[in-house]
Design a protein around this ligand. Structure first.
Ligand SMILES: Nc1ncnc2c1ncn2[C@@H]1O[C@H](COP(=O)(O)OP(=O)(O)OP(=O)(O)O)[C@@H](O)[C@H]1O
Ligand SMILES: [Mg+2]
Length: 253
């Protein structure tokens, strides 16, 4: 086993806990991957991309996952995000074992418990800032008044209070990513997942987004991000490195 903070998790987290700023993360495990393997089948050919990954993620932690292109980062994120299921192994999200869930259950869990941030923002072009942020609330059955109130508060929180009725094409990349972050926060998810969230941004907009992530971490949000950015990794509290479908290293800072 190459993982340091693997199936038990408690050893590494207790040891590192004393060196962390108070409140940096809580020992409560919000996600647990146990011996996760993933094989893609393409006709007669099968390729195993993840070879047995065991990791615990704690409430309030700020985690980055790095590694060379093709090592399986997005594959792992898709499993964490309940967008795909492992070929074998178990994934607990909160108290729930997602392994036995069907597509409807997975989609319900996704909507209620996870917030997603993508490299290319993935906003709905026809909707304005407020409506984009309201989307996940709408699916969770919030009333119009409630959704509007929550979405307005979140837009203000990410610095877009003056741009509520702007459409995505009227916003810069950094502003669009802030809308996506507000949308990811809307249902107050258990975990916020991001795959290359600063990948499309210039350095100034990227820096603003990193500041926003710091604020979310300080507010106790749980963040798991895939990135190629050393700067983002340095600002996170736990750096996991994948290589060829295995955990190569797992460190805290
Ligand atoms: N749907 C799929 N079908 C078949 N093979 C796939 C599929 N998705 C990914 N792969 C393969 O799995 C491996 C890991 O891909 P993955 O997208 O997880 O890499 P990554 O670490 O996110 O890379 P990058 O840094 O370039 O985004 C690659 O060899 C890729 O070709
Ligand atoms: Mg990827």
């Amino acid at each position: 086993m190459t993982t340091m903070d693997s199936s038990t998790g408690s050893g590494a987290s207790t040891g590192a806990g004393s060196a962390l700023a108070p409140g940096s993360y809580n020992p409560e495990v919000v996600a647990r991957l146990d011996a996760i393997r993933k094989t893609y089948y393409m006709g007669a050919i099968s390729v195993e991309v993840l070879h047995g990954i065991s990791l615990n993620f704690h409430r309030g932690d700020y985690i980055t996952i790095m590694g060379p292109s093709g090592c399986g980062k997005s594959t792992l994120m898709n499993i964490l995000g309940c967008l795909d299921q492992p070929t074998s192994g178990t994934y607990y999200l909160g108290e729930e074992d997602t392994s036995a869930m069907n597509d409807d259950d997975l989609s319900a869990v996704r909507g209620a418990r996870l917030g997603f941030i993508f490299q290319s923002y993935n906003l709905i072009q026809q909707l304005d800032v407020l409506e984009n942020i309201e989307m996940p609330l709408f699916y969770q059955g919030y009333s119009e008044t409630e959704s509007r109130e929550i979405a307005t508060g979140l837009a203000e929180r990410v610095g877009l209070g003056e741009r509520l009725d702007h459409k995505p094409f009227e916003l810069s990349g950094g502003q669009q990513q802030r809308v996506a972050i507000a949308r990811a926060l809307a249902v107050d998810p258990l975990i916020i997942l991001a795959d290359e969230p600063t990948g499309n941004l210039d350095s100034k907009s990227g820096a603003e987004i990193l500041n926003l992530f710091d604020e979310l971490h300080a507010q106790g949000k749980t963040l798991i991000m895939v990135t190629h950015s050393d700067e983002l990794a340095e600002r996170s509290r736990r750096q996991i490195r994948l290589r060829d479908g295995l955990v190569e290293s797992d460190e805290r800072s």
